[in-house]
Design a protein around this ligand. Structure first.
Ligand code: SF4
Length: 694
């Protein structure tokens, strides 16, 4: 084996950046960004550190079956046949007793999800959900209700944007490589960045204006901006007339939310709010109000996100240069990929989590992860007895993991399919270890955007351990359960050829640049007659018929956030450029060297009041849960807030670099595994007390 360069897709976070991998023999020498798509070789640190994952012996190396109590860490290493037979036999028994709907499956979400979605549908269960369910559901459901578009149904045209307004999206720190680069290009081109947050961060440092907002009051600010934009006729009247319904109702609703009202709530001067409304009004339609990313904030987050979507609509930014371009897929140019999932009959049972029934306004596309524990404990609407967790770690990402752990005890089967030892994997009955993204080829995925196309993750090196790719694992399980006909291929190459049938392309066509572009120029729909909003009216709906039919109001009045009791702080979390939101990078040898634990950021005045000094070990407490973490004093944070990076406080002993380091935010989020109106968990409703540890 000599040197070679392989085009692929990063999997170190959910961003799926296009990469090139330089390989020497069977070793990865370096991982770069794909210059054809990223405009250079740049990559975030997590992406570059992917090579440390490949040879990491602290990941599962063979299939494992539990050989002791759940969570005891006692495992029996078994062959693939033994592990798959074991899982299939258990599933058969559970399906015979409780029906196929008693099996649920979750994953990390994203575009490479055909295998697991096909598998769960093939056995007859409607119960797929994903990680986004907890932390991005409010934006997803809000955008669907306003514009009929998914959270990722639009491309942000940053490079041509004149005003980018971000409510807490930390674009330059909890970053996705291409997006961060485009924002920097926007700034270089003279575009303005406005950051609104409860703490200064790297994005705030690059912003033209930064507003330190009182925690939990973002909705008041958004309503006041709408108020000024309508009152001062700053909106795009042609767009609003042609493409929206409910403008009059919106105008009446926001009348009380004056800038002066918002100043009292948010702490942002009324004059600044008026100026921002005029600035974006003058720059329209080359304006973006960022929809959000990890948006699981407060109980009213759904309405904040609906207000943000409404701001975009009022300024007519959809399908405008420098605004939000509606994504087009390969089907738009007559070249759709063939889909495994499309061959499977849709399961008829209602979902376990109530999407479409108990919660008629919520999409089941991502589902409701937080409902799983409640359903397990109550058997309502029906018993769930098997859970397959695929590259997803609910016990490291959902609030109050001990609550979930106790509910998981009711499962007859818990299977983790993952590259890493996850917290959930550690508590499972079986671990099926997957090849890393550098060792496996996945199915082709559609690149949706102004220039639709296809992109492919391709194996760069041979596997290190007794692991397998996802296409093989799900096919083998399906064969054992008698539904192998839905996986009609014998190799990934055969599947790719089938997917591409009728498109005129083949596997080799990915060799030149790693992707295939189906058009030369961006497809832009006509803003007079050609826009397609998938709402019941075909327009942007300030008043949503679907919501109202479900008994959910289109607007709700602003309510003050809960008052903090003396000595309490709101706990706010985020991620940094070196670690993902979950625990997929905390034990990475290269990344752990730089950031191996988290710290509690606290305002220095509050620290003085509490007798806390830089580096002191602190006890952070909520509802009896105590976490220990070192102090970081700063004046760049709202005094009512303390902040820590998410993803630390690892409980898996085999992950020796991250085990026991730092504090777990989710353990402190007691009682928050609940469904807010937008389907998200209200993570930021968590308050804590802080003191020096004894
Ligand atoms: S943002 Fe970084 S870690 Fe995430 S996919 Fe892109 S390169 Fe990989």
């Amino acid at each position: 084996m000599g040197s070679k360069r392989v085009y692929s897709i990063c999997a170190m976070c959910t961003g799926r950046c296009p990469i090139v991998v330089d390989v020497n023999g069977n070793e990865v020498e370096h991982i770069w960004g794909n210059p054809h798509l990223l405009g250079g070789y740049h990559l975030c640190p997590r992406g570059a550190a992917g090579k440390a994952l490949l040879n990491d012996t602290e990941r599962p190396q063979t299939p494992l079956i539990r050989d002791g109590e759940r969570g005891s860490g006692k495992w029996k290493s078994v062959s693939w046949d033994e592990a798959l037979d074991y899982v299939a036999e258990k599933l058969k028994k559970i399906i015979d007793t409780y029906g196929a709907k008693s099996v649920v499956l979750s994953d990390r979400g994203g575009a490479i999800t055909e295998f697991e979605k096909t598998f769960i549908a093939a056995i007859g269960s409607p119960n797929y959900f994903n990680h986004h369910a907890a932390c991005s559901n409010s934006i997803h459901n809000a955008h669907l209700s306003v514009a009929g578009l998914a959270r990722n149904g639009v491309t942000y045209d940053y490079k041509n944007c004149k005003y980018l307004v971000s409510f807490g999206r930390n674009l330059l720190e909890s970053l996705v490589t291409g997006e961060a680069k485009n924002v920097i290009d926007m700034i270089d081109n003279g575009g303005k960045l406005i950051q609104i947050d409860v703490r200064w961060n790297y994005t705030a440092a690059k912003a033209d204006r930064f507003f330190l907002i009182n925690p939990g009051t973002d909705y008041a600010l958004a309503l006041a901006l709408i108020h000024v934009i309508i009152k001062d006729s700053l909106y795009d009247s042609d767009f609003v007339k042609r493409w929206t319904v409910g403008f009059e109702e919106l105008s009446n609703f926001v009348k009380p939310y004056t800038p002066e009202f918002a100043e009292k709530e948010t702490g942002i001067p009324a004059a600044e709010i008026v100026k921002l409304a005029h600035d974006v009004g003058n720059a329209k339609p080359s304006v973006i109000f960022h929809l959000g990313w990890m948006t699981a904030w407060y109980s009213n987050d759904f309405y904040l996100r609906r207000a943000i979507c409404s701001l975009n609509a009022l300024l007519g930014v959809y399908e405008a240069k420098g605004g939000l371009i509606i994504n087009k897929g390969p089907a738009a140019v007559g070249k759709p990929l063939k889909s495994l999932l499309a061959q499977v009959p849709k399961p008829k049972d209602p979902r376990f989590d109530g999407c479409g029934t108990k919660y008629p306004h919520l999409s089941g596309q991502w589902g409701l992860a937080q409902e799983l524990a409640h359903v397990l404990l109550t058997d309502d609407p029906y018993p769930v007895r098997a859970y397959i967790v695929f590259r997803h770690d609910p016990l490291a990402s959902l609030p109050d993991p001990d609550f979930f752990r106790s509910a998981f005890k009711k499962l007859d089967l818990l299977v983790s399919i993952d590259v890493n030892y996850s917290e959930t994997g550690w508590f499972s009955d079986v671990i099926l270890p997957e090849d890393t993204y550098l060792e496996r080829t996945d199915h082709v995925i559609a690149r949706n955007g102004p220039k639709p196309g296809y992109i492919l993750r391709q194996a760069a090196v041979q596997r290190r351990f007794d692991t397998r790719p996802r296409w093989w694992i799900f096919k083998e399980l399906a064969n054992r359960l008698g539904v192998g006909q839905y996986f009609p291929y014998n190799s990934i190459e055969e599947l790719i050829a089938w997917q591409l049938e009728g498109t005129g392309y083949k596997l080799e066509d990915f060799n030149e640049k790693g992707y295939i572009e189906l058009v030369d120029k961006p497809i832009m729909w006509d803003r007079t007659d050609g826009l397609k909003f998938k709402t019941p009216s075909g327009k942007i709906e300030f008043i949503s018929k679907k919501l109202e039919d479900a008994g959910v109001p289109s607007f709700i009045p602003y309510e003050k956030p809960i008052e903090l009791k003396p000595g309490r702080f709101r706990l706010v979390t985020s991620k940094c450029a070196l670690h993902t939101q979950g625990r997929t990078t905390s034990n990475n040898r290269l990344l752990n060297e730089y950031v191996s634990e988290n710290h509690l950021y606290i305002h220095e005045d509050k620290a003085v009041e509490l007798g806390i000094k830089e580096g002191d070990l602190l006890e952070v407490e909520n509802e009896g849960e105590k976490q220990y973490i070192k102090a970081k004093l700063t004046k760049y944070i709202h005094p009512d807030v303390v902040f820590m990076l998410h993803g630390f406080g690892d409980d898996v002993p085999l992950r020796t670099r991250s085990f026991g380091k730092g504090a777990s935010d989710i353990r402190l989020q007691k009682g928050l595994a609940k469904v807010a109106i937008g389907g998200n968990c209200p993570y930021t409703e968590c308050t804590v007390s802080v003191k020096k540890a004894n």
